[in-house]
Design a protein around this ligand. Structure first.
Ligand SMILES: Nc1nc2c(ncn2[C@@H]2O[C@H](COP(=O)(O)OP(=O)(O)OP(=O)(O)O)[C@@H](O)[C@H]2O)c(=O)[nH]1
Length: 402
């Protein structure tokens, strides 16, 4: 059985919903609300091909069985059996067609459930009818349908189990209705129940692994894209997403601003208060920048060391200057003591602000960064705790008070 093992390696991972869910465990096969939704969408996406192949196989097998009934069964019950088989075939064809056309919609699960139930209830009716004339007519088809629900249809355990129970109950109902011998029925039921138990245990393990795989994949992505100390985007993720954001800016005629922020006299801070205190300061700055990057296309990044960047979508030079002033001011207002700074009694930062507008079609991230870096250098040289802003390559220095 898959256990809820303590995941000690998660102690080193910064808090995020995937790590938290992995640490908490999910033996009941359910995540916290927003993650559960994400998992279901992921599972639908990943089980689509399996669903399609299984459905095709089910239709072929059902047709083959219809032909066998036609050839081998020779009694008044045959017509009723054929009616059931044709009705189920029609339903499978309709649902199958809808499944193929309705990728990624809410209908996918209900349609799959309808197929499994149609196959199960149809098989139950056919087997019970056939048993009236020939008790040796095979009932294994019922078990196969349940197994398909557990392993091939891409259903979750709860859904597959519910289908199996409905099929089993319907089968008992049909057999009793058609006057089956109770002792023989009991034998068949025990055998079906045991089969369903095996299916449920296997399906539990599969779903558990599938959920674990989902969380690990998402967690790996978060770890690859985020800085482990602050949780902000790292330089790699920034490079990857910048092109996408900038292309969108060009399409929509929106400007883009990059604020390059560097903590003043941070070496002296580390030397005076220790590396751990330095880390705490970086984390507080991370939170501060994160708050400024709340819109979907904005981005707060730790470029490395004590250097951060804020990418602001749709911000021109004036907006960016205002945002930079707010960032600078809010760090100053945090009032983190810095006795070794020659600039201020508290921790401060200098900011270089470079902007792009939709005429700058050929400017790369490297050039934008170089522009912001040059302005940062100017802000540092003119006394620190300052902002230097350029509008499209024209540097100008904005004095700020301490
Ligand atoms: N605590 C901590 N310190 C870091 C980290 N990354 C880089 N640093 C330190 O940041 C300091 C950066 O020092 P410098 O590049 O000399 O810059 P500065 O002292 O801030 O001087 P100016 O930028 O000119 O104001 C170095 O001492 C690094 O060790 C980190 O993750 N945590």
């Amino acid at each position: 059985m898959v256990g809820n093992r303590p995941q000690t390696w998660l102690d080193d991972v910064r808090a995020n919903p995937y790590a938290e869910q992995l640490a908490q465990g999910f033996t009941r096969l359910r995540f916290a609300a927003p993650l559960e939704e994400q998992y279901r969408a992921y599972q639908l996406e990943h089980s689509f091909d399996l669903k399609r192949i299984s459905l095709l196989a089910a239709i072929l097998i059902w047709m083959a069985q219809t032909l066998l009934d036609l050839r081998l069964v020779d009694s008044p019950e045959r017509d009723a059996m054929l009616v059931v088989r044709v009705a189920v075939s029609a339903l499978l064809l309709v649902c199958g067609g809808l499944i193929l056309c309705s990728r990624r919609t809410n209908l996918l699960v209900p349609l799959t459930l309808a197929c499994i139930l149609a196959l199960g209830i149809g098989s139950a009716a056919v087997v019970a009818l056939a048993h009236r004339i020939d008790p040796a007519y095979p009932e294994e088809g019922l078990l196969l349908v349940c197994m398909a629900g557990f392993f091939l249809a891409g259903l979750r355990l709860s859904e597959a189990l519910a289908c199996s129970v409905v099929v089993l109950v319907t089968y008992i109902g049909f057999e009793l209705l058609f006057g089956a011998a109770v002792v023989r029925l009991l034998y068949v039921l025990l055998y079906l129940l045991f089969g369903i138990l095996i299916g449920a245990v296997g399906c539990y393990q599969l779903e558990y692994k599938s959920r674990e795989h989902f969380l690990s994949r998402r967690l790996l992505k978060v770890m690859a894209d985020c800085d482990s100390l602050t949780g902000l985007h790292n330089r790699r993720s920034f490079r990857r997403q910048f092109d996408r954001v900038w292309r969108q800016g060009l399409r929509e005629g929106q400007p883009l601003a990059m604020l390059l922020c560097d903590v003043d006299h941070f070496k002296a801070y580390n030397d005076c208060y220790g590396h751990q205190a330095g880390d705490d300061v970086l984390q507080r700055i991370g939170r501060l920048l994160e708050e400024r990057a709340r819109r979907p296309l904005d981005m707060a990044v730790r470029m490395g060391g004590e250097e951060f960047a804020l990418l602001l979508y749709g911000s021109d030079a004036d907006d960016a200057r205002e945002a930079a002033e707010q960032v600078r001011g809010s760090l100053e207002r945090l009032g983190i003591e810095h006795a070794q700074s020659s600039t201020a009694p508290v921790v401060t930062m200098s900011i270089g602000v470079a902007c792009l507008n939709s005429n700058d079609t050929n400017v790369s991230l490297k050039e934008l960064y170089a522009r912001a870096d040059q302005l940062l250098y100017e802000a540092k040289n003119s006394g620190r705790n300052r902002i230097a802003v350029s509008a499209c390559g024209q540097p100008m220095l904005t004095e700020t008070t301490i």
